[in-house]
Design a protein around this ligand. Structure first.
Ligand SMILES: Cc1ncc(COP(=O)(O)O)c(C=O)c1O
Length: 377
C-alpha cells in the first residue's frame, strides 16, 4: 500500500544531519528548528502565519479554539472523514452538526450544509469545517459564499492536502484557519506525530501560539486554559528538509494518478459514475482544483470481495472509511442513525483506496489494475 523506505533512503544523510543539529543545539521543544520550519511552511503556502503543534488532531482543536469557538457553538462538518474531524469539535466544547457529501468527490456538499444552516439549529452555527479529503479541496467558492451570507468562520481540515489548491490558492490559505497533519503516511510527513495551524489572521495566530503552551503569553502567567500541544524540534528539522521536496513528490503522485486512469481506461474497466455498476468508478479531479492525490480511491460494487482478492495476491488496499462518523459507537450521542447521510453511507460501502505514493512504479500499477480486471472478469 505504501513503501515509506523509498522516500527515506535518498534523504538518509540529509535527515541525519538535521537531527544532529537539533541534538547539538539541544532545542527539543519548539525553538529555532520549529520556528524555521513554520516560516518556510507559511511562505510555501502563501499564508501569513504557521503555528506548529503536536498532531493534526491537536491542530484542529487549536484552530477552533484560537478562532474563538466556545461551548454552545455548533460547527458543521462531514460524516465521511477521519474521526478527528468531529472529535476535535467536541474537544473544543462545541457541537458537531453533520451534512452529507458529494458522491463524485466525497467532500462535504455545500447544498447539504445550506440545508443545515436553514434548519432548526442554523442559528447556533458559528463555523463550517470542510475536509479536503484524499488531497482534493472542498468546493471553496460555495463555502466562501455561505460563510459571507451566514457570517460564519471557515476552518479547513487540510490534514490530507499539503500542496492542494482551489482556483490557484493553496489549501491552508483558503479559510480563516486550517489544520494540517504530518502523520508519517501524509504527503508531507514527520518522523512521528506533528501538525500545524495556518492562518492569515495575526490575532488568530497569536492566540494559537498562546493556547499551544497552556495559555501562556508570559512564562508561568496563564491567560486562558490552553493545552500542551507543542511541536518538537526533531519534527521541525525533518519537516523543513522535506518541504524542499514536497512539490516534486506531489507532482509524482499526480503522474501516478494519471497512469491509473490510463490503465483502467485501457482495460475497459472505467465507468462514468458517480456510482459503480459492474466496473470501477475512478476518482476525478474537479476543474479549477489541484489534486495532490493523498489517496487514489475507486468505487466498486463488490468492494469487500475485491479487497480480499487483492490481499490474496499481496496487493495492498485500504478502506477510508468503513464506518461513517455518525454511525461510530463513540458518536451515537450526536443523535444520527442509519439513513441520516445516504451518500456517506453508500461511499463507506463502495470505496477502496489503491496503492499510491510518489515512488510507485508503472509495472506495480499494471499489476494492481490487471488483478482488478481479473476479479471483475
Ligand atoms: C482528515 C483528517 N483529519 C485529521 C487527522 C488527524 O491528524 P493526526 O493523525 O496527525 O492527529 C487526519 C489524520 O489522520 C486526517 O486524515
Amino acid at each position: 500500500m505504501l513503501d515509506l523506505k523509498r522516500q527515506y533512503r535518498p534523504l538518509h544523510q540529509e535527515l541525519l544531519q538535521a537531527i544532529g543539529h537539533v541534538l547539538e543545539a539541544q532545542q527539543f521543544i519548539l525553538g529555532e528548528p520549529v520556528a524555521a520550519f513554520e516560516q518556510a511552511a507559511a511562505a510555501q503556502l502563501g499564508v501569513a502565519h504557521a503555528v506548529g503543534c503536536s498532531s493534526g488532531t491537536d491542530a484542529l482543536w487549536l484552530a477552533l479554539a484560537a478562532a474563538g469557538i466556545r461551548p454552545g457553538d455548533a460547527i458543521i462538518t462531514t460524516p465521511f472523514s477521519f474521526f478527528a474531524s468531529v472529535s476535535a469539535i467536541l474537544r473544543a466544547g462545541a457541537t458537531p452538526l453533520l451534512a452529507d457529501i458529494e458522491p463524485a468527490t466525497f467532500n462535504l456538499d455545500p447544498v447539504q450544509v445550506k440545508a443545515v444552516l436553514d434548519g432548526p439549529h442554523g442559528a447556533e452555527v458559528k463555523a463550517v469545517l470542510p475536509v479536503h479529503l484524499f488531497g482534493q479541496c472542498a468546493d471553496w467558492t460555495a463555502f466562501w459564499h455561505l460563510g459571507k451570507t451566514y457570517g460564519l468562520k471557515l476552518i479547513e481540515d487540510a490534514a490530507q492536502a499539503w500542496g492542494a489548491e482551489w482556483q490557484g490558492v493553496k489549501a491552508g490559505a483558503l479559510g480563516d484557519a486550517a489544520a494540517f497533519s504530518f502523520y508519517p503516511t501524509k504527503n508531507l510527513s514527520a518522523a512521528g506525530d506533528a501538525g500545524m495551524v495556518t492562518t492569515n489572521s495575526d490575532e488568530l495566530a497569536e492566540r494559537a501560539r498562546m493556547l499551544r503552551q497552556h495559555g501562556m503569553r508570559r512564562r508561568y502567567y496563564h491567560d486562558e486554559v490552553g493545552w500542551n500541544t507543542r511541536m518538537d524540534g526533531f519534527q521541525g528539522a525533518i519537516l523543513q528538509i522535506k518541504l524542499k521536496y514536497i512539490d516534486g513528490w506531489n507532482h509524482a503522485r499526480r503522474a501516478v494518478a494519471r497512469r491509473y486512469h490510463a490503465l483502467f481506461h485501457a482495460a475497459g474497466l472505467a465507468e462514468a459514475g458517480p456510482y459503480p455498476a459492474h466496473g470501477v468508478v475512478l476518482p476525478h479531479e474537479v476543474s479549477g482544483t489541484h489534486h495532490v492525490w493523498h489517496q487514489y480511491v475507486i468505487r466498486t460494487a463488490r468492494r469487500d470481495a475485491l479487497r480480499q482478492f487483492l490481499a490474496e495476491r499481496k496487493i495492498g488496499s485500504e478502506i477510508y472509511y468503513p464506518v461513517p462518523l455518525h454511525l461510530q459507537q463513540a458518536l451515537l450521542s450526536l443523535g444520527y442513525s442509519e439513513g441520516s447521510f445516504p451518500e456517506a453511507e453508500r461511499a463507506a460501502r463502495e470505496v477502496l483506496a489503491l496503492p499510491i505514493f510518489p515512488e510507485l512504479r508503472e509495472d506495480e500499477q499494471q499489476t494492481v489494475v490487471s488483478a482488478i480486471a481479473e476479479f471483475l472478469s
